[in-house]
Structure formats: C-alpha cells, structure tokens
Design a protein around this ligand. Structure first.
Ligand code: DAH
Length: 359
C-alpha cells in the first residue's frame, strides 16, 4: 500500500511537470492499454485485503487525475496559440485571449471592382470634360413634352414608334425616358447660354430581352449650343472622342481607328448622321461583330433642329448647336469584346471581377 502511494505521487508529480507535452504521447504513456495507469492498477493484487477499499479509491482518483490532465493537454494542442481556458479563437486561429500571435497574416479582404458600364461611363465623361463639357442629369421618369414633343416629335409623329415606350399607368403623360435627349431639353429651357453638356444616364425601352437588346440600358447625350457652331465642330469633337476612347498606342498605328459619318434621320437634328468606327475586332477586314462590313455604328448625331431650339425658348436665328447620343453598352461591348448584353445586368461576380479601372 505504501509502495503504491509512493508510485502514484511520483507519477502525479511527473505529469504536473510536463509543460507542452504532446497529448497523444501522453495518452499512450499513461492511459494506453499498456500505460502506467493500468500497470499501477495491476498492483491491486499485491495489496492486503484490509487495505483494498482504500487502495481502490486512491487508484480511481489517480485515474481521474490522469484523464483530466490528458484533456487539458489535448485542448492546448487543438488551440496551439491560445490558453487552454476555452476562450474562442479569432479568424485565422489567432487567440482572442491573452496571447494573440501578432506575426500571423490578417485575413485577406477581397477588393471589389467597378462595373464595366461605370468604368466606360467615367472614361467618356473624363474625355468630354477635357473639352469643356459639364455633366448634366435629368429624371428617369419623364413627361411627354421633354421626351418627345420638345424634340420635334409631336403627337402621332411616326418616329415615336422608333422607341417602344413604357408609360406610367397612373398618368398618361408620364413615361420612362426612352433616351437621354430629354435632358438636353431641360438644360436648354434653363437658358444659360452657351451650353456645353454631356448627360449620362439610364434609359428604358419596351424591347424583348436578347443578346443585343434590353429593356433598360445607358446612354450619354452631348449638346453644344452657342453662336456659329457648325457641323465641322461636331465632327472634330467626335474624332477626338474616338481617338481618346479607342485609339491605339502610336507603336501599332496599323490598327488606327477610322471614322465615317453616314447621313441619317432624327427628328431633333437637321442634318442628321450616324457615326461608324472601323471594327476593332478585325481591324476593318470583316468579321461577325461588324457583319462583314468592317464598320460598327456607335452613335447618332446632328445639328440641333431649329424647331427644338424654338420649343425650348432659344433664338434659332442667333444660336446653332450640335447634339449626339451614344449607347454606353455598345461602347463597352466593343472596348472589351463582350458579345451578350445580358451579362451587364446579371450580376455574375465571375464576369464582373474581370474589369479593372484602367481602360
Ligand atoms: N436619342 C437618340 C436615340 O436614342 C440618339 C441621338 C441621335 C441623340 C442623334 C442625339 C442625336 O442627340 O443628335 O436613338
């Protein structure tokens, strides 16, 4: 009995002295099938009968002590940096207890990226700002006058059908603007001449959604009104825009972007034109994007119709001006070679994270 007591005390001291012992090695040494606890238990047979009860209690206590020590070591090893007091650890395994490991790297915070439409919109704005254009905005819910009538599309004008319109059921005079040309009307009505503005914004049309059409998209409208503004000013402004937006570095001059104007019709401009650029995908040789023509249309433009100036209270005998309107989605698709318009509004992070601000 005495020998047993001595032994137990010796083992207990040994266990208490173990600092950061490996929990598994501890388990095998003390609690395994051939471990020391079992061996000491085996000594029971040598204990005198009258001492058996007391020895049994001692051995049981010893076993519980050993198991508790094992649990303590185990929790330290699954929680290596922390204290074994069961406090939660922070993300990445850092202890929120007394011993944080300051050398551990922080959890990375992924950076978001701008939507490609925003990137291109901002680029367009910065190009025109360098030419002295200011940004103007207007409401997305418009009235018939600003979206149509003032722009020389009186009621029953056939060109109203060019843009299938969403009307607001509460008021037949209200609609979702079909183009940002409505903003030029609002700016002209203010009468602060000369006017030199660009108007970026969202527009709506009742179209079936496909790879090439959507019921909402974005435009940038441009307007310059002063004395003696000519079509030559319009062309020069747009040439500058195209070179800044799509121009290649001087080293690859073979892919220089070409520009052409085609006569067209818009009720709010006279004369009117559409502007094409040489296809960026094939360099003008002909491919599926340019439908084998080598050219892609990027905007409509023209000299502001005198009726529009008069409708907005500007003296058309004194002032002239040019206007243009382009779809931001179209420019973005050309810039990044995106073939399906629907990608812009699906919010698929795998698509969106590919774009950086550098265009
Ligand atoms: N508003 C036209 C559209 O949505 C685009 C446009 C064409 C705007 C010619 C203009 C312009 O200012 O002069 O299709």
């Amino acid at each position: 009995m005495e020998k047993l007591l001595e032994q137990i005390e010796a083992y207990k001291a040994e266990m208490a002295a173990l600092g950061e012992a490996d929990a598994e090695a501890f388990r095998i040494k003390y609690l395994g099938t051939k471990g020391l606890v079992k061996t000491v238990m085996g000594e029971m047979k040598h204990v005198a009968v009258e001492n058996k009860k007391e020895a049994g209690q001692l051995l049981n206590e010893f076993k519980l002590f050993t198991e508790a020590r094992y649990e303590e070591l185990k929790s330290k090893s699954t929680n290596p940096q922390g204290s074994a007091n069961g406090k939660p650890t922070g993300p990445g395994g850092q202890s929120t207890g007394n011993n944080p490991d300051l050398s551990l790297p922080a959890d990375p915070l992924p950076l978001g990226s701008r939507h490609p439409i925003s990137i291109v919109k901002n680029k367009i704005i910065s190009i025109f700002q360098r030419l002295g254009f200011a940004v103007a905005e207007g409401p997305e819910i418009e009235d018939d006058f600003h979206n149509f009538t003032a722009l020389n599309l009186p009621e029953n004008h056939p060109a109203r059908d060019m843009q299938d319109t969403f009307y607001i059921s509460q008021n037949p005079d209200w609609l979702l603007r079909t183009h940002t040309s409505s903003v030029q009307v609002r700016e002209m009505q203010k009468g602060n001449l000369p006017i030199r503005i660009i108007c970026p914004g969202r527009v709506y049309r009742n179209e079936t959604i496909s790879a090439r059409a959507h019921c909402f998209f974005h435009q940038v409208e441009g307007l310059y009104i002063a004395e003696n503004v000519s079509f030559a000013d319009l062309k020069q402004t747009l040439y500058f825009f195209v070179q800044e937006m799509f121009g290649k570095p001087a080293s690859s001059a073979d892919r220089e972007v070409k520009v052409r104007f085609r006569p067209s019709y818009f009720p709010f401009t006279e004369p009117s034109a559409e502007m094409d650029i040489s296809c960026l995908i094939c360099g003008g040789e002909g491919c599926s994007v340019c439908k084998k023509t080598g050219w892609v249309e990027i905007l409509g433009c023209g000299m502001v119709h005198p009726n529009v100036l008069d409708n907005c209270g500007i003296d058309s005998n004194k002032y002239t001006g040019f206007a243009f309107g382009m779809g931001i989605e179209r420019i973005t698709m050309l810039k990044y070679q995106i073939k399906d318009l629907r990608l812009f509004s699906e919010n698929d992070a795998r698509f969106l994270k590919q774009f950086t601000s550098a265009v």
